[in-house]
Design a protein around this ligand. Structure first.
Ligand code: NAD
Length: 703
């Protein structure tokens, strides 16, 4: 027996499963056998007494879980941080444990009342005493960790639990003597797993299988080379013995029914301090404010979910609900993250949702110079489609040329500060670029509920529409097209060759002829197949009138490319009378600018196809400027390219037969985009029919 090591246990006189506060308790209320529990507890007590001193805290009627003394508090040296139980079912244990620590001369630290922390159940010392592993996610709050670091003067490494069966850190994680670690990796998020891998060498990590984890193999008591647990598989036994541990199995099945085993039933109350170890707490906190229709637009839920999903935790400090139908709500949220990297990820996503720093916390954006042309400083802020502002010398500056996936370059001009979205490749040496996530905000329109509903109704709201809704969407797109044309606005169409193969070419040509389209963007293929149809009557060798393959038709498109190459451009071929109809013909005849961006799979290419991709991107961006609406017709490649260049506020309609493509393109988190899963030929034919109805004298009279 080692007289330097002491444990605290609580006899199971009142132990039972009386309520459900974890998944193990479900279906087990009053199902545990008192006699068996007493016997199992005594067996464990006896084993521990052979290796250490065991003190007892008197059990209390009405507090059945007091038997799990691991949750009494966390001890280091002569200090104890008392638990603050999350569930009221256990809060009554707190004074009894506190009394025991007081009577035994510990210096007591108590967390604020509303900050849950469940003691050594969620905080485990590295057995070499180098640092403290602290869990959060279910019972303990991340915000409790900085207190542990301060009070116990130790480095705290925060680990996030993600499997509710392993609700306390000690259910899936057990540091062992000599720096070994027994753990169940699937119980942690990827950030935590990386942290574990950074701190514990591969040969010291014993990752256990789920079958061992559910037997609570990690809920083990380790005293020097001895490991005591409920049960272990042969493989785990072999592994532990290989590295010199003596495994003692002692069944604790009655306690498993309440979600605990050996470690939960004990608290080590002698933990030596290493003098050279000091506090280090990477947990960061920030307070942000959100304003708008937080509840009915679901913004607050999205914000809080994204904080947790990314490994942070939050506390809503203040929530003012809009009192009138029109008025907006306002929330102040304290966000905590286990490291600066995680905090940056969370805050950049919160900025996308319109969150801003509290005015009293506002700081200027951080700037760093470009040192290599075309390369941003590490940690640069990646832009989104939303209108953005950056704070420079106390002033909020609007970012120009807003687009996603760029960097923000800031420069001083005689007129003042200018901030611009720039692509990485356009960054010049010496330019100042915004890094980190401070001093940045996105501007969200907080339209009135009525206006938003009307907009959403008239534009179907963001989302993928099912076949049944196609006609309704077509009707609304037709209205929009009419409205934009009549107001002299700008509609950009991105189209793939499927438009031609599905017979939609004549409809698109008509839209161009009738002034509904101001710009056409696509690749080599839409033009090649349209020209093939115009010159040879086939599309990919299929006769478009009879629907049958033509002999030798597979060569048609190459012959067409060759012809256009002979003339030098599509426009010259139109001029020469070689092309008399089709999409490209209408573009030329109606002075509708087009840009054909090249790709690796292009045949030819046509002389008009821009094979310099950087130039093609620049031409696309130029032609997209000022667009009111973009119709994306069955070209994943070009539509995604266009989507990335387009700021929020431009209406987008994406038509594709593949729901995944539609979801990707229309899921911009803005109300102006709508997806239609349907055949593009059918969509275009319905669209021209609808436009015909709108312009027929009958409809005109009725409306
Ligand atoms: N001969 C050529 O030169 C040639 C031929 C083909 C493609 N290309 C080039 O390859 C690149 C990619 O081509 P892309 O844009 O055709 O391909 P893409 O894969 O980017 O997009 C085609 C899209 O059409 C969708 N689709 C298929 N059938 C449909 C239907 N009936 N109705 C609605 N949607 C339908 C698909 O789901 C897909 O998302 C382009 O630059 C193109 O010019 C060149």
């Amino acid at each position: 027996m080692n007289s330097q090591i002491r444990y605290l246990m609580c006899p199971p006189d009142y132990y039972d499963v009386d309520y459900v506060i974890n998944p193990w308790m479900e279906g087990n209320i009053h199902k545990s056998s008192r006699d068996r529990a007493v016997e199992q507890w005594h067996n464990l007590y006896k084993i521990l007494k052979e290796h250490a001193i065991v003190d007892l805290v008197p059990p209390q009627p009405g507090w059945p879980d007091m038997v799990f003394t691991a949750n009494a508090g966390l001890v280091l040296g002569d200090r104890v941080v008392m638990s603050r139980f999350l569930h009221k079912e256990r809060q009554g244990e707190e004074p009894f444990f506190k009394q025991w620590f007081e009577e035994n001369g510990y210096k007591i630290y108590e967390l604020p009342k509303d900050l849950p922390f469940e003691g050594a159940g969620d905080a485990l010392l590295d057995r070499e005493g180098r640092w403290l592993w602290a869990g959060y996610g279910f019972r303990s709050e991340l915000d409790s960790h900085p207190y542990l670091a301060k009070w116990l003067d130790i480095e705290v490494l925060s680990l996030r639990l993600i499997d509710e069966r392993f609700y306390h850190l000690d259910t899936c994680f057990c540091p062992l003597t000599d720096g070994y670690l027994l753990y169940y990796p699937a119980a942690f998020d990827s950030y935590s797993n990386r942290l574990i891998e950074m701190r514990v060498a591969p040969e010291k990590r014993i990752a256990i299988a789920e079958s061992d984890a559910v037997n609570f193999a990690c809920n083990a008591v380790n005293i020097e080379q001895v490991v005591v647990m409920n049960k272990a598989s042969d493989a785990l036994k072999a592994r532990l013995s290989e590295i010199g541990f003596q495994l003692i199995e002692t069944p604790l099945t009655e306690f498993l029914k309440a979600g605990g085993a050996a470690k939960c039933l004990t608290l080590r109350v002698t933990e030596p301090i290493r003098e050279e170890v000091h506090a280090n707490m990477p947990v960061e906190s920030r307070i942000v404010r959100m304003e708008g229709h937080l509840l009915d637009a679901g913004l607050i839920n999205r914000a809080l979910d994204l904080v947790v999903d990314n490994g942070g935790s939050f506390q809503v400090l203040n929530f003012q609900l809009g009192e009138q139908r029109q008025s907006t709500s306002r929330a102040e949220i304290k966000v905590s993250a286990p490291s600066h990297g995680v905090m940056e990820e969370i805050i950049s996503q919160l900025i996308d949702l319109g969150a801003v720093d509290l005015p009293e916390d506002e700081r200027d954006a951080k700037l760093e110079p470009v040192t290599v042309a075309g390369v941003a400083p590490d940690d640069f802020y990646v832009t989104t489609i939303y209108p953005t502002e950056v704070r420079i010398q106390g002033q909020w500056i609007k970012v120009e040329n807003q687009r996603m996936d760029g960097a923000i370059a800031v420069s001083q001009t005689p007129q003042g500060w200018v901030a611009r979205c720039k692509l990485l490749r356009d960054l010049e040496v010496g330019e100042q670029v915004v890094v980190d996530v401070q001093g940045i905000r996105t501007i969200r329109k907080t339209e009135s509920r009525e206006k938003r509903n009307a907009e959403e109704f008239s534009f179907m709201s963001a989302g993928v529409s099912s076949e049944r809704r196609v006609e309704l969407v077509v009707e609304q797109v037709a209205w929009e097209l009419r409205k934009i044309r009549d107001a002299g606005g700008k509609v950009v169409v991105t189209a793939g060759p499927v438009v031609i193969h599905t017979g939609g070419g004549e409809h698109l040509a008509r839209l161009i002829r009738e002034g509904y389209v101001q710009v056409l963007l696509g690749g080599n293929a839409i033009a090649v197949h349209d020209l093939e149809q115009a010159i040879m009557g086939t599309s990919l060798g299929v006769d478009m009138k009879r629907g049958v393959a033509v002999r030798g038709g597979h060569r048609h498109h190459l012959k067409v490319i060759n012809t256009i190459r002979r003339y030098g451009s599509i426009a010259k071929a139109v001029e020469a009378g070689i092309i008399k109809s089709g999409v490209m013909y209408e573009c030329v005849k109606n002075n509708v600018p087009f840009c054909l961006a090249g790709s690796i799979r292009d045949d030819g290419p046509l002389p008009d196809t821009q094979m310099d991709l950087l130039k093609a991107q620049a031409e696309y961006a130029e032609l997209l400027k000022g667009a009111d609406m973009i119709l994306m017709l069955s070209s994943m490649l070009h539509s995604i390219g266009v989507g990335n260049m387009t700021p929020a506020g431009v209406k987008m309609v994406c038509v594709d037969i593949n729901p995944a493509v539609v979801t990707k393109l229309s899921d911009r988190g803005s109300i102006e985009s709508v997806g239609v899963v349907t055949d593009v030929g059918l969509f275009l034919s319905l669209l021209v029919q609808q436009l015909d109805k709108l312009t027929s004298p009958y409809t005109a009279k009725v409306s």
